[in-house]
Design a protein around this ligand. Sequence first.
Ligand SMILES: Cc1ncc(COP(=O)(O)O)c(C=O)c1O
Length: 339
Amino acid sequence: MQQASEAIIEFNNTGLSILEIGHRTPFFIEVMEEARALVKELMQLDDSYDVMFLQGGATTQFMQIPMNLLDSDETAAYCDDGVWGSKAIKEASLFGKADVVASSKDKGYTYLNKGFSVPSTAKYLHITSNNTVEGTQYFAAPDVSVPLVADLSSDIFSRQMDYSKYSLIYAGAQKNMGAAGVTVVIVKKDILGKIKRPIPAIMDYRKHIEAGSLMNTPPVFAVYVALLTLRWIKESGGLAEMERSSLEKSSLLYNTIDSLPVFTSKIAVEDRSRMNAVFFLNDSNLEAPFLDLCKKEGMVGVKGYRTVGGIRVSMYNALPLESVVAFTDLMKHFSVVSG
Ligand SMILES: Cc1ncc(COP(=O)(O)O)c(C=O)c1O
């Protein structure tokens, strides 16, 4: 934040603000190139992948992916594991057939299906790696023979994984990667160019790759903040360190939930998200007093999503362990005073 705010006044001794440098100047091209290279380096991806920094949020990817990969007479497989995955399914069905091969809707999205099968004719399988709203997370990539597409908006750069199992990964930057306004799309190039539909240039991944994500004016400041965040991840020890820290924070929180009878988690233990812990008060009358106490203690943003209710604690990379320690101390205190 300090570095980003300094760059608003003057970027790298150029006499110019990051907000006023031209996006085609060598100054900015360097920023873009370093950011794109760092994404690949952190995920240990080779040159068969390309990295794009695009606009429109992850929501735009819900339609840009099928627009680029799915012809109108073809089928793509989707997992329906929550609010965001359902939106992706709805958008895909505008371009081709979106076949729901697994859904956890029957139990209020509190678990993830495993071992489901995907027809080999499906163009790809789409999953939401971390269900931000419901609090579930995939810990193993589904074992399928079709290209895997994943929405990593809420868990990108939070863990080590074999990212080469995926053919397309996308994420809005605003949770683990920087400021709102830029979306990263990482694509294995060999899945592109296989459909009949003409694609408007601004929606065509191949055009963005050719132009090095500089086809039109990119969100310069958001890309710069993403670069600073990527450098911070690398300097902190890369994805191994992000994973260690995320495990430490989420274990502390889930252990506290499980040890206090006042709180309860409805999520299948093996699917509990390390990024977003969703839980409830056993006595729903205690929810409002608990949230009031959180507010009084300066712990904001812990109210559950409007359609789910309860409590949701997000533990993105930037959240220090101390915050989770303070929050779990508050939970223990509340459990004593309310019991
Ligand atoms: C998993 C997931 N996908 C998609 C989105 C939508 O992202 P955006 O607001 O960047 O369109 C979100 C936002 O919270 C999300 O958590």
